[in-house]
Ligand binder design. Structure first.
Ligand code: FAD
Length: 482
């Protein structure tokens, strides 16, 4: 029988949990992960990855529909087969799910299947899973364990999050969908209302629009993707509307009436006017909430705030020996934040010198709609609200050779600098492939690069990345190709 004592036990094998486990094992700590449902968590199975697979099908369809503008003729019309599009997306998830099993085995990390609960500091009780367990196909992880009591000096809670529901508009899985149903439709609806225009809502809206669905997005705030820079969000909105998406901002879905095979959403604007929109389905995308229930947090006196576990910059909770990382530890609820938070946490546990606490100001955010949106750091409005004197640079996709050659000439790269110090405070982009470009600015911000250093950096030609340099030059009145 396997020894049930570890240095580190991690509850949850999402991108936070499994990456933390690997780093923990690399540091020589005896490590186990408890998982109740699927290796890779929401990200690999129901989030980041399967959505990008769906969006890739959408992108290819969009390109095919514009083939003529590239001098290409397609015999007949390209159409999407929902079953095959979904099957491809599920296949991508399954492959990565098995990949996590392989990584656990390779790093000699025990996988314990079941539902974990903290019984006391240093002890985890694993009971029968409340969810259907999705065992990875191949390879099956070695050292698979199950229900029982396990001990560890350090316990890291990485239980993630689930869809938030609005009272009265609770998802029912049939007419009102969450991302689970939207990810795996068994038919292509003719019309959809998407409630909420954060990254999840807009990505699904963009996907279904490409599939030919009549989509209406309803957003409470005045701008779609409300955390983004208002100018960028405005450009994205126009582009999405040009693709036929209907967008209503400053409005809420106040009521949903259900018929046998359709819904009618009552959409109320700020001035109290109500319009009714009937559609086949409604996707509820009003955010996520941390999985903090049934973990034994209350009994141990672990502090929570607005549905998330309260931690310091190293993932420590208020109870010694218990840590939290990822979505369950609060926003931004992003996979790369979860991973980084976990690495910091376990490096601190291992006693590594010079572990830097989490800096949430330098975490990029990406939305993979068409056109894409990506950002890091302060928006123009936030920089001004902080009372900073700023310089703003802008460079349009329409002036970039590569963008024009690609047929992707709609977009903007916007940079925000501290006028006094030249510090790069924020970068915001909308347009083709910006989710791949943003990392250049993230590295610059992490290295505390100044405008001078960016201007002295040589960017390859012809690339979309040249717009990053031009935007910096523009902030200082030195733009070249515009
Ligand atoms: C549709 C969608 C698209 C997204 N796209 C992106 C994107 O493009 N980029 C990005 O960065 N983020 C994206 N996200 C967010 C991303 O998925 C999350 O931020 C990320 O999964 C959080 O990782 P985590 O490890 O904290 O938790 P999770 O991935 O939620 O994993 C938690 C794991 O813990 C397990 N668990 C929970 N409770 C217990 C228990 N008591 N015992 C045992 N196991 C338990 C769960 O089964 C789960 O496997 C998206 C999310 C959604 C829903």
């Amino acid at each position: 029988m396997a020894d049930n004592t570890y240095d580190v036990i991690i509850i949850g094998s999402g991108p936070g949990g499994y990456v933390t486990a690997i780093r923990s094992a690399q540091l020589g700590l005896k490590t186990a992960v408890v998982e109740r449902e699927h290796l890779g968590g929401i990200c690999l199975n129901w989030g980041c990855i399967p959505t990008k697979a769906l969006l890739r099908s959408a992108e290819i369809l969009d390109h095919a529909n514009h083939a003529k503008s590239y001098g290409l003729t397609l015999e007949g019309k390209m159409t999407a087969d929902v079953k095959d599009v979904v099957a491809r997306s599920r296949g991508v998830s399954a492959r990565l799910n098995s990949g996590v099993a392989f990584l656990m085995k390779k790093n000699k990390i025990d996988v314990i299947w079941g539902e974990a609960k903290l019984s006391k500091p240093g002890e985890v009780i694993v009971g029968k899973s409340t969810k259907p367990v999705v065992q990875p196909q191949n390879p099956v992880p070695k050292g698979v364990l199950g229900e029982g009591t396990y001990k560890a000096k350090h316990i890291i809670v990485a239980t993630g999050a689930r869809p938030r529901a609005l009272p009265g508009i609770e998802p029912d899985g049939k007419l009102i969908w969450t991302y689970f149903e939207a990810m795996k439709p068994d038919f292509m609806p003719k019309s959809l209302v998407v409630m909420g225009s954060g990254a999840i809502g807009i990505e699904f809206a963009s996907f279904y629009r490409s599939m030919g669905v009549d989509v209406t997005v309803v957003e409470l705030m005045d701008n779609i993707m409300p955390v983004e820079d208002a100018e960028i969000s405005g450009i994205a909105r126009k582009a999405l509307e040009k693709r036929g998406l209907k967008i209503i901002t400053g409005a809420k879905v106040s009521k949903v009436e259900k018929a046998a095979n359709s819904i009618t959403a009552h959409v109320e604007t700020k001035d109290g006017k109500v319009q009714q929109i009937t559609a086949d389905r409604l996707i509820s995308a009003v955010g996520v909430q941390g999985n903090i229930e049934n973990l034994g947090l209350e009994a141990l006196g672990i502090k929570t705030d607005r549905g998330c576990i309260v931690i310091d910059g190293y993932g420590k909770t208020n109870v010694p020996g218990i840590y939290a990382i990822g979505d369950v530890a609060g926003p931004p609820m992003l996979a790369h934040k979860a991973e980084h938070e976990g690495v910091i946490c376990v490096e601190k546990i291992a006693g590594l010198p010079h572990v830097h606490p989490m800096d949430k100001g330098k975490i990029p955010g990406c939305t993979y709609c068409n056109p894409q949106v990506a950002s890091v750091g302060l928006t123009e409005a936030k920089a001004k609200a902080e009372g900073r004197e700023i310089r703003v640079g802008r460079y349009s996709f329409g002036a970039n050779g590569k963008a024009i050659a690609l047929g992707e000439d709609n977009g903007l790269v916007k940079t925000i600098f501290d006028a006094k110090t030249g510090e790069l405070l924020g970068a915001h982009m909308v347009g083709a492939e910006v989710t791949e470009l943003i990392q250049g600015f993230v590295i610059a911000m992490n290295l505390e690069t100044t405008e001078e250093e960016l201007m002295h950096t040589v960017f390859p030609h012809p690339t979309l990345s040249e717009m990053m340099k031009e935007s910096v030059l523009d902030a200082y009145g030195r733009v070249l190709n515009a």
